[in-house]
Design a protein around this ligand. Structure first.
Ligand code: IVH
Length: 674
């Protein structure tokens, strides 16, 4: 083989490895092996500079910075999309276009994710990537070829494999369109790296991708984890291209372009809408951010014949999902005092709608976060609310500052008890270490009475706050000596309400030892740990005399938890709580001991769990069942002993009903184990 042939072979290998890595996500070699091959190629090119062509893998990075971007006239208008906000809007769109063309009534529809990125237009001449542009105003964009070359997922030459099975003669000139973006995980890694280097972090993947493409120095673009997906043929000359959107996606894929793998084709619009709605609930499972689904008429000739309104083609529509990021004014930063005394800052916001919910508060994580992001009171801030997570502040929009913004000062004292706040070496958190802090007490009582703990019905947070503020409850044990007259003295309390509350407190007297123990809020002692402890210590007196060494004998109890338990029982205030509980008769004795458990009360039984549990995490319930001798398995069969039912159960419930498997809730499971 001649040296030139070796060079071509190496180049082709590199193209193939690049494609496997960036497009298929199935690499055959490691990054360092790839770099080695690339270096071999570069060495050959250093000797034969005339061999270097624009499709050489060496040409992705390393171009000189530009002074400005040249303009590019797009070969056809780069259109936008009309929006639909829900099924009704989408059906209205269908009705409108049905009137314009009778073929619409029987049209097929393609649904594709609407990627939250930037549109780019790629030009290929005789299979070579020759030009790449931004959308610009839709007629003229900017020439960002050097930046786009740095994106590994863009093939520098097509077809990437020698004989694609498109069945079509590839055009000599092909212009296609896609969306450049950053995957969520890559964005998080990028931000983490920047944070570790003490550099400024980015707000969100989309802005970062946009900023990266706008760099005049391509080496900056190369340092950002950009990728893309292609979805449209804008223009072609001298060849054949498909006539349906479904085939376009397949065709682009066959040429070696990255194409979405969640596109679907439907025979009716209704099914496309149903799919879109179910997709919406799963949007967080995608690797990148989407702001909706694009529903497109599959027949491209029909779509083109339907024409354009302004910049929006009639043949497609964007079914938008509610936005999850909004900007609003940060009116104040306040502090929450937790059960353990940890103080955490939160944002008081000018009320704003996010995804159909009014948001007025958002977490600011911790004080370091405020300092790192330089978040100031009166800033406009970007706030996100996604899925089930508590809304959180992403960061300030520094360009929107007017000069009225006030830097935040960490308070020196606890807002509730005015005692100094403390900070421990090596920890991010700040603490109010005052054991008598009323706010901590409110949180403690709130936890004590909660459903997963002593389950005192009717004792909501407002009443807890009243009881603490009036000095009626100074610790959790005071709940059991509450008098009716004391309650009647509180705002909003009449006879009946007071009686009801006293009855439910009375009922809590007989809660089990493991509930009482987890209700006390000892660090690290949740329900499962409490249960394990009660198997070794039959009452609180016994546990209070255990040493760190004793406790560590129990499986699952490490030195930190053991110390936290010993420390808790050593504190005079807590000794006092125990004495008061005992004299009120709140002194449960464990019903099962380690000896009884040697076989386990659930021994021989198999369990399946469905739905979202209220008290246990999945790991906790597994541990709970196993520690009681039972077995947790994945699917229901005739042999299953019980199905444990959480909220929003899945198909396992139907299966249990069909096969006659008994169904339990969490409480019943605990009773079964007790
Ligand atoms: S189709 C005629 N498909 O959304 C073709 N657009 O709000 C019109 N976008 O400007 C575009 N994912 O930048 C199409 N799968 C997808 C898309 C998509 C994201 C963007 C695109 C467009 C914007 C319209």
């Amino acid at each position: 083989m001649t040296e030139k042939a070796d060079y071509e072979e190496l180049k082709s290998q590199l193209h193939s490895h690049n494609y496997r890595y960036h497009v298929l996500d199935e690499p055959l070699i490691s990054d360092s092996e790839f770099d080695k091959l690339l270096n071999q190629l570069k060495t050959m090119e250093a000797e034969h500079s005339d061999w270097v062509s624009p499709d050489s893998p060496s040409q992705r990075a390393g171009a000189q910075p530009l002074d400005k971007f040249d303009k590019v006239q797009h070969p056809a208008p780069i259109l936008s999309l009309a929006n639909a906000f829900g099924a009704e809007d989408t059906l209205a769109w269908f009705e409108r276009i049905k009137k314009l063309d009778e073929r619409v009534a029987s049209a097929k529809f393609i649904v594709e994710p609407k990627i939250d990125g930037l549109s780019v237009i790629l030009h290929y001449r005789d299979g070579l990537f020759v030009k790449g542009a931004s959308r610009g105003n839709g007629e003229v964009g900017e020439d960002i070829t050097v930046n786009l070359r740095t994106i590994g997922a863009i093939p520098l030459r097509i077809p990437i494999q020698k004989s694609p099975s498109t069945g079509l003669r590839p055009p000599s000139y092909l212009v296609i369109r896609g969306e450049v973006f950053i995957e969520i995980k890559d964005f998080d890694i990028l931000n983490k790296k920047l944070e570790e280097a003490g550099a400024k972090t980015y707000l969100n993947p989309r802005n970062t991708a946009a900023g990266s493409l706008r760099q005049l120095d391509p080496s900056l673009t190369a340092s950002r984890p950009l990728t893309l997906l292609l979805y449209q043929i804008v223009h072609s000359e001298g060849g054949q291209v498909p006539s349906s959107q479904w085939e376009v996606l397949e065709y682009l894929k066959a040429l070696g372009f990255p194409v979405t793998d969640v596109a679907r084709r439907f025979d009716e619009l209704e099914s496309a809408i149903t799919y879109t709605q179910s997709f919406q609930t799963k949007r967080d499972e995608l690797a990148y951010e989407t702001d909706g689904i694009v529903i497109k008429i599959d027949d491209l000739e029909l779509a083109a014949d339907l024409g354009i309104v302004g910049k929006d083609p009639r043949g497609a529509i964007a079914y938008k999902f509610p936005s999850r990021e909004v900007t609003t004014k940060l009116e104040d930063i306040r502090i929450n005092v937790g059960r353990t005394g940890v103080v955490t800052p939160y944002a008081v916001l000018e009320p704003v709608q996010i995804g159909g919910v009014i948001v007025e508060r958002a977490t600011l994580h911790n004080f370091d976060f405020i300092a790192e992001k330089d978040i100031r009171i009166n800033d406009r801030v970007l706030v996100k609310r996604a899925g089930e997570v508590i809304p959180y502040v992403i960061g300030p929009l520094k360009d929107a500052r007017s000069g009225d913004e006030k830097p935040y000062q960490l308070p020196k004292t606890c807002p509730a008890c005015k005692q100094p706040l403390e900070h421990f070496d090596g920890e991010v958190a700040w603490y109010c270490v005052n054991a008598a802090c009323p706010e901590q007490l409110v949180r403690n009582v709130e936890h004590f009475v909660s459903r997963g703990a002593m389950d005192i019905v009717g004792l909501g947070i407002k009443i807890v706050e009243q009881l603490v503020a009036e000095g009626i409850v100074k610790d959790v044990a005071d709940l059991f000596t509450l008098k009716k007259e004391q309650l009647l003295g509180l705002e909003g309390f009449a006879e009946k309400k007071a009686d009801n509350l006293l009855v439910s407190i009375q009922q809590a007297n007989s809660q089990s030892l493991n509930r009482l123990l987890s209700a006390l809020g000892i660090r690290g002692v949740g329900q499962v740990m409490a249960f394990d402890l009660t198997r070794h210590y039959p009452n609180l007196q016994a546990l209070s005399t255990a040493t760190v060494e004793d406790l560590q004998e129990i499986e699952g109890v490490g030195p930190n938890i053991a110390e936290a338990i010993v420390e808790w029982f050593a504190r005079p205030a807590n000794k006092n709580i125990l004495a008061k509980l005992k004299s009120s008769g709140v002194w449960p004795i464990a019903t099962t001991t380690a000896e009884d458990q040697s076989v386990g009360s659930l021994s021989g039984l198999t369990f399946v769990v469905t739905g979202t549990l209220e008290y246990f995490s999945r790991d906790e319930i597994k541990e709970f069942i196993q520690s009681n001798g039972g077995k947790l398995i994945g699917s229901v069969s005739k042999k299953t002993s019980y199905l444990v039912l959480g909220k929003n159960p899945g198909s396992k419930l139907d299966k249990a009903r069909q096969t006659g498997v008994k169904v339990l809730n969490e409480e019943e499971l605990r009773n079964l184990a007790a």
